[in-house]
Design a protein around this ligand. Sequence first.
Ligand SMILES: Cc1cc2nc3c(=O)[nH]c(=O)nc-3n(C[C@H](O)[C@H](O)[C@H](O)COP(=O)(O)OP(=O)(O)OC[C@H]3O[C@@H](n4cnc5c(N)ncnc54)[C@H](O)[C@@H]3O)c2cc1C
Length: 422
Amino acid sequence: MPRTHVIGAGLAGLSTAVSLLAQKHAVVLHEASGRAGGRCRSFADAKLGCTIDNGNHLLLSGNKSTSRYLSRVGAVNALIGPERACFPFFDVVSGRRWMLRPNAGIVPWWILQPGRRTPDASVWSHLSALALMLAGPGRTVADCVGSRGVLFERFWEPLAVAALNMPATEGAAQLLRPVLRETFAKGEAACRPLIAARGLSHAFVDPALAWLRAQGAELQFKRRLTRIELSNGRAQALHFGERRVRLGADDRVVLAVPPQAAAGLLPELTAPLQSSPIVNVHFRLAQPAEVPEQLPFLGLIGGTAQWLFVRGDVASVTISAAADLVHESAAVLAKRTWRDVAAALADNPENLPPHRVVKEKRATFVQTPDQARLRPGAASAFANVFLAGDWTATGLPATIESAIRSGELAARAIVRQARRPR
Ligand SMILES: Cc1cc2nc3c(=O)[nH]c(=O)nc-3n(C[C@H](O)[C@H](O)[C@H](O)COP(=O)(O)OP(=O)(O)OC[C@H]3O[C@@H](n4cnc5c(N)ncnc54)[C@H](O)[C@@H]3O)c2cc1C
């Protein structure tokens, strides 16, 4: 039986494998490291004495590919969130708190209600969303919505930084548009915030591995693909160090690895190779924190970090678009971000709790209009080699939803090719 070799067990590789197996295609999954999950994983932290995620991940209920993936592997209940869409914010400088509450249905009347929209922002300023929805390929978010004013500071900039891992003045408008189209523009039911209740691996990785094993997939860890033998427009064999795996006439390969790794394996691949970092700081609190309205996350305005997530006695902050801060020492980052956390949770700013700083230098590709143009589709220049990953041309920003959708797209291209007569 022909097999597809999926290289990389991040969410794109797992999604490719799950989508292929759901259609009865045989899969071998090869992962360079000793565990799956890639940039979306949990690990036991000895210093904090608990399991933490490499970074906080926020999803929205309109993330359709993610829902499909989780239902397929039986993990749909692993994400939790409020029953109605709401986004709490806290201004760390003024101490002001507010909540965005989008309404049901596609007519966004929530922007007419001062208690539901961004405070001090006029109704008219919200019309800037229309400019974003019509944005052409070369434009940044700020080119469309402006780069000043209350709505920019309290809504557009936090949204761009969260979704694109870039400031609004640099991030590609075309990548933010689908986020609005697939979530906020569909009403509150599509933009309910979701987080992994018991960690990223528990939600996205462990159930997928169990499902893949049960379906007969072959899973290989510590198997780094080092070279692909290419000739006659096809991949002929895969090299994992000393080990050579010859490919049959109907075998296929999916490179679900980061863009830098894919470019090293496939000559002349065009890909967005510049990276943007994210820093997370996890604090083990003396006792479980009280969070406003029982919501496990809070947007932070005016501080070092942009988001605070609280799970029991662990408070974690995210600094996205962290190019200017990633080189600071862990001690400096912990001290600076603890000030924000202490203010938000009414804790003591002088009493720095045990903490862990996780720096992901290659968290996402640099999502500017220029780099976004370099994203390749699922097909490659070689007939039996396909591409997946959050950085491929899914139309979405580099997120979990993009990684999972890229796997669906790669699997679809393979199934289509397999059905075609030779
Ligand atoms: C700190 C942080 C916070 C984030 N926050 C959010 C968020 O709030 N919401 C959201 O939706 N997204 C978020 N993201 C983005 C999300 O995590 C990624 O988009 C997604 O995990 C990418 O998955 P991937 O499979 O495309 O790539 P990866 O996870 O990078 O997977 C690639 C895999 O390939 C393996 N590999 C590499 N080279 C080889 C080789 N030669 N042979 C075999 N295997 C190889 C790697 O070990 C890895 O396991 C965040 C990312 C980070 C880092």
